[in-house]
Design a protein around this ligand. Structure first.
Ligand code: SAH
Ligand code: SF4
Ligand code: F3S
Length: 471
């Protein structure tokens, strides 16, 4: 683990720096009038953790007396809560910033950038987009009210990208959750792995665990307020170490009375233990679903990615699930076109797809990220080859997903009602325990209770959804 040098360095920095890191560099002339109720709008990109950070940021603003606008056009304060996992995610942010520049020329709005791009680019964002009023890093989100106050008072280019060691101890009652069906609960922030392609260790810092008692008490509060399903979140959720192991945490949280389904994301294969596999297959409250990213089916590529496991070790860990595996929905992530990926490496990935038969997978073309170790590897695969590989993988996955879904036709399963839609009136969207999307036909005008578990009869299946009726 000689690659862990930067980690030690980051840990030392985190311990040493608790003060803020603001860079206030100027003033504008006209302060806003006192007593206005300002409206805010938050646009979030990226993973569930960033989603939940958006809920935390909303809560902080509401506590300060802000109200929520329905659109960015209607808001006085627009927050872009960004992701930088791949270049495409970053393009989306800059394109929205371009749109907001025009908006800001026409009316008086404050623009703040938060999330992973903010942490990655820090003050450089002001150079690229001078109309940004403030930049808030991922490890400083509790500082939002102060930054907004400073920006409102006319200070320009307000920034705090400090690494506050207690950022993860966010007061649970403040977050304003968007979903009424499932509550997101962050249990660990940061990542101590060092995958050579990945920006997350830079943007989210080293691992910081919440104490398990805080998590259980937050879940208890959520269930008391009506939630029946909770998803525990972390960049690397199963390396949890907040006073007990992750497997023990699942057991303890599942004891909360009234909780129906407990989910978690994302797991690293190297932290996937026998103890955890046993809890997943035996505890009835743990939803029967596992997302275990593999990235590649080639040991050569895995080594270059510094994933810390071989394909054989990955399969051995899946084997910990034993017979229980059959009742689980299984999904993964793949990166194709990683520097140096040969045809043979890619074929190994295709073989792994056949061996494991995932119910679903997310696959991406490798995207070079600033400051990551993989930038030093020679990337000589033509873009057309990368695209072709991605399409082949996705096509085969679609076929496998359809086969997996067809098994359910004619059976009755439990699903949680999530929202109306998705396309026509008379349909609702629901999710099964193993994370399949259900298009539920109930007939026009019928309203289903959000968050309720219902029995549904599956009548048809496509690769991406089950068609069903209330049983
Ligand atoms: N912590 C999780 C993954 C978090 S990022 C894990 O280790 O499994 C989510 C997914 O984005 C990754 O699994 C990977 O497939 C993809 N990803 C991350 N960095 C990428 C990059 N530079 N290019 C393409 N895909 C990337
Ligand atoms: Fe990124 Fe996940 Fe690897 Fe951490 S474990 S560096 S989050 S891909
Ligand atoms: Fe994106 Fe940051 Fe999540 S890079 S995927 S928002 S941790």
């Amino acid at each position: 683990m000689s690659e862990r040098g930067p980690l030690q360095e980051r840990k030392a920095r985190l311990g040493a720096r608790s003060a803020c890191d603001r860079g206030v560099v100027g003033f504008i002339d006209i302060p806003r009038s006192e007593g206005d109720t300002m409206k805010f709008h938050i646009q979030t990109w990226g993973c569930q953790m960033n989603d939940h950070d958006g809920e935390r940021l909303s809560g902080l603003l509401i506590k300060e007396g802000f109200t929520q606008a329905t659109t960015a056009e209607d808001a006085d304060l627009v927050l872009l809560n960004t992701c930088s996992i791949r270049e495409k995610a970053v393009h989306k942010v800059y394109s929205e910033l371009g749109r907001l520049r025009e908006d800001k020329n026409k009316r008086d709005i404050l623009i703040g950038v938060t999330g992973c791009l903010a942490q990655q680019e820090q003050a450089a964002l002001f150079k690229r987009a001078p109309h940004i009023d403030f930049v808030l890093g991922t490890m400083a989100i509790k500082q939002l009210p102060r930054l907004v106050e400073e920006a409102k008072a006319g200070k320009k280019r307000v920034i705090d990208t400090g690494e506050y060691p207690d950022n993860h101890l966010f007061p649970p009652e403040v977050a304003r959750r968007r979903s009424t069906a499932k509550a997101l609960v962050t249990i660990i922030e940061g990542c101590n792995h060092a995958c050579t392609y990945c920006i997350v260790p830079t943007t989210r810092g080293v691992e910081r665990n919440r104490p398990w008692q805080d998590i259980v008490s937050e879940v208890r509060g959520l269930v008391e307020s009506g939630y029946r399903e909770v998803e525990l979140l972390g960049q690397n959720v199963n390396s949890f170490n907040g006073g007990c192991s992750f497997a023990e945490l699942l057991e303890r949280v599942s004891e909360v009375e009234g909780l129906e389904w407990l989910r978690f994301t994302t797991s690293h294969p190297m932290n996937f233990t026998k103890e955890l596999a046993k809890v997943i297959v035996t505890n009835p409250k743990v939803a029967p679903f596992l997302h275990l990213p593999v990235q590649s089916g080639s040991n050569t590529v895995l080594r270059r990615m510094l994933r810390e496991y071989t394909v054989e070790e990955y399969l051995e860990r899946l084997g910990y699930l034993g017979e229980g595996r059959a009742g689980l929905g299984l999904s993964t992530d793949f990166i194709v076109g990683f520097p140096g990926e040969s045809n043979e490496d890619f074929e190994a990935t295709m073989r792994l797809l056949e061996t494991v038969q995932y119910d679903s997978s997310f696959s991406f073309i490798y995207s070079p990220r600033p400051g990551t170790a993989a930038l030093r590897l020679k990337d000589d695969i033509p873009p057309a080859v990368k695209t072709e590989r991605l399409q082949r993988l996705q096509k085969r996955q679609t076929e496998l997903a359809k086969v997996s879904n067809l098994r359910f036709v004619g059976s009755t399963v439990k699903a949680r009602v999530e929202s109306p839609g998705p396309t026509e009136a008379g349909y609702w969207m629901a999710r099964t325990g193993d994370w399949k999307v259900v298009h539920l036909h109930v007939g026009s005008g019928r309203v289903l209770p959000f968050g309720e578990l219902v029995d549904v009869s599956v009548t048809m299946a496509g690769p991406h959804f089950l068609g069903a009726e209330i049983a």
